[in-house]
Write a protein that binds this ligand. Structure first.
Ligand code: ATP
Ligand code: PRP
Length: 218
C-alpha cells in the first residue's frame, strides 16, 4: 500500500452531490469530471485520487482495497452484503426510499406475487421476514415498466418525489428502507492509513453538518 488515498465515487447523481462535500473537505478534482475521459482523477492534493465508477461497483473496489474509501448509496450497500467494509458516515445526499410499488390493487388477492427489481437480495430478505414466498425477476433499470407490460405484479425500486411512479400509474405500497449515500472505508486502510482516513472522515462529517445547517436556515 502506498500513502496515496484513493476514493471511489459513484458517477451520476451521487457524484454531483458529493463534489461540494469533497470541496468543503479540501478535495477538488483537477481534471474536469464531466468532460474528462480519465477514470482516475488527480485532485488538488497530490496524495488523493478519485476514481469515478458505477454506484454498484463502489463497494467491490473498497472491499478489495483497490480504493481506500468510497461513496455510494445505502441501497447498493444493502444489496452488496459485503463483510470487509466500515460505514462511518451518512453523507445525507441522494436521499430516497426503497419501496414496494405497483398498480393500486395489485397487492390484493394474489397467492404468489412476481416482483421486478434490481434489488434481488433486499427484496428476498424483505419478503422472507414476512414469511411470504415471491418470485423475483432481476432487472437493471426502468423497473416501472414491468407492471405496465405484465412482466411483474409489483416492483421494488427507489422513490424520491414519486413522479416516476405517478407518471406510470403506479403507487408506493410499502416502505422498505430509508436511503442516502454513505462513506465507506476499507478495513485494512482504516488500520494502515488510520490518521489520513480519520482526518478525511472528520472533515467530511464537518462538511455534512455545515450542509445540514445551511439547509435548515433556508
Ligand atoms: P447504475 O448506473 O450503476 O445502475 P443508477 O442508475 O442507480 O446506477 P443513479 O441513478 O445515479 O445510478 O443512482 C445512484 C444512487 O442514487 C442510487 O443507488 C440511490 O442511492 C440514489 N438514487 C437513485 N435514484 C434517486 C432519486 N430519484 N432520488 C434520489 N436519490 C436517488
Ligand atoms: C430513479 C429510480 C426511479 C426514479 C425515482 O431512476 O429508479 O425510477 O429515480 O425518482 P422519483 O420518485 O423522483 O421519480 P433514475 O432517474 O435514476 O433513472 P435510472 O432508471 O436510469 O436509474
Amino acid at each position: 500500500m502506498t500513502n496515496t488515498i484513493t476514493i471511489a465515487v459513484s458517477k451520476g447523481r451521487i457524484f454531483k452531490d458529493a463534489l461540494p462535500l469533497l470541496a468543503a473537505s479540501g478535495i477538488v478534482p483537477i481534471d474536469d469530471p464531466v468532460t474528462s475521459r480519465k477514470l482516475v482523477l488527480d485532485t488538488n492534493q497530490d496524495d488523493v485520487k478519485l476514481v469515478i465508477i458505477r454506484a454498484s461497483d463502489v463497494p467491490t473496489y473498497v472491499e478489495y482495497g483497490a480504493a481506500d474509501m468510497g461513496i455510494t448509496g445505502k441501497d447498493v450497500l444493502l444489496e452488496y452484503e459485503g463483510e470487509g467494509l466500515y460505514e462511518p458516515l451518512d453523507l445525507e445526499i441522494a436521499r430516497c426510499r426503497l419501496m414496494l410499488a405497483g398498480p393500486p390493487a395489485a397487492a390484493r388477492g394474489q397467492t404468489r406475487l412476481r416482483i421486478a427489481t434490481k434489488y434481488v437480495k433486499c427484496t428476498r430478505r424483505y419478503f422472507a421476514e414476512q414469511g411470504k414466498q415471491v418470485e423475483i425477476i432481476k432487472l437493471y433499470g426502468s423497473m416501472e415498466l414491468a407492471p405496465l407490460v405484465r412482466l411483474a405484479d409489483l416492483i421494488v425500486d427507489v422513490v424520491d418525489t414519486g413522479n416516476t411512479l405517478k407518471a406510470n400509474g403506479l403507487e408506493p405500497l410499502e416502505h422498505i428502507a430509508d436511503i442516502s449515500s454513505r462513506l465507506i472505508v476499507n478495513k485494512a486502510s482504516m488500520k494502515m492509513k488510520h490518521a489520513r482516513v480519520n482526518a478525511f472522515v472528520r472533515s467530511m462529517a464537518e462538511a455534512v453538518a455545515q450542509r445540514r445547517a445551511g439547509a435548515q436556515s433556508q
